[in-house]
Design a protein around this ligand. Structure first.
Ligand code: ZN
Length: 243
């Protein structure tokens, strides 16, 4: 391969690495977005759950109030009956019934008060929980918005890189493009530099003959892992550096 083709090829590899980096960033951001969405969902679920608890406590109070009302009505009915008592026997029976009813009312009053107390305490606790949920939700929403903005920026970057890619293939020899394309579909780093006379990916040895070819701008496949090997010292791009 002539030095210019070699440079263009390595530039293409570098360019593809920037595409891969962008895809990885996007993946990380999307994972973050998913975590925020799950957390938000959990808050909604927890909030619904405490509301169910509160409704349950209120239902308990309502049922007890209803029963208390029944007892009050019974008491009223007894009073009405007591105005028309015809004999001593009936009076005694009425009196006993009335005493039983009062005892029931007295005992139940405590139960009712407990239910109200439980409801009021629960309501306060739930209001505090809801307040904390609202705060968490607001914070998560801010983070979610930030990560979503970041995702759309990164998507634009990736879109632009992918649009530019064909330009980077121009003047790269066709056979290298096809070799590279095959390796690219198999591994994440299809082109790697030779380091200490070995493949820098699998550490497979590179022969002296191969090293000589590589230093002459050749790109050879590693005999162990089949990645494409190049000599980083021969890559002298304007920006400098190696892969
Ligand atoms: Zn190798």
């Amino acid at each position: 391969m002539n030095p210019t083709s070699f440079m263009l090829f390595i530039d293409l590899v570098k360019f593809d690495q920037s595409i891969m980096k962008s895809k990885q960033s996007l993946e990380v951001l999307k994972q973050k977005q998913l975590v925020y969405l799950q957390k938000l969902k959990q808050i909604v679920f927890s909030s619904e759950e405490v509301q169910v608890q509160l409704r349950h406590m209120k239902k308990n109070v309502d049922e007890k109030e209803c029963y208390m009302k029944d007892l009050d009505e019974k008491e009223k009915a007894l009073k009405d009956r007591s105005t028309n008592v015809s004999g001593d026997r009936e009076y005694k029976s009425l009196k006993k019934e009335s005493e039983n009813l009062r005892a029931k009312q007295y005992a139940f009053e405590k139960e009712l008060l407990q239910a109200w107390d439980q409801y009021e305490t629960g309501k306060k606790q739930i209001e505090e929980k809801e307040k904390a949920f609202d705060e968490q939700e607001a914070l998560l929403q801010i983070e979610l918005n930030a990560v979503s903005d970041h995702i759309s920026q990164e998507e634009k970057v990736l879109e632009q890189l992918e649009r530019q890619r064909p330009e980077h293939e121009v003047n790269v020899p066709e056979d290298w493009l096809s070799k590279y394309s095959r390796m690219r579909s198999a591994v994440a780093n299809p082109v790697v530099p030779v380091q200490s006379e070995s493949c820098s990916a699998c550490f497979g040895a590179v022969s002296q003959q191969e090293l000589a070819a590589i230093s002459n701008h050749e790109i050879l496949p590693c005999r162990s892992c089949f990645r494409l090997l190049y000599d980083p010292t021969t890559y002298t791009h304007a920006v400098g550096g190696v892969l």
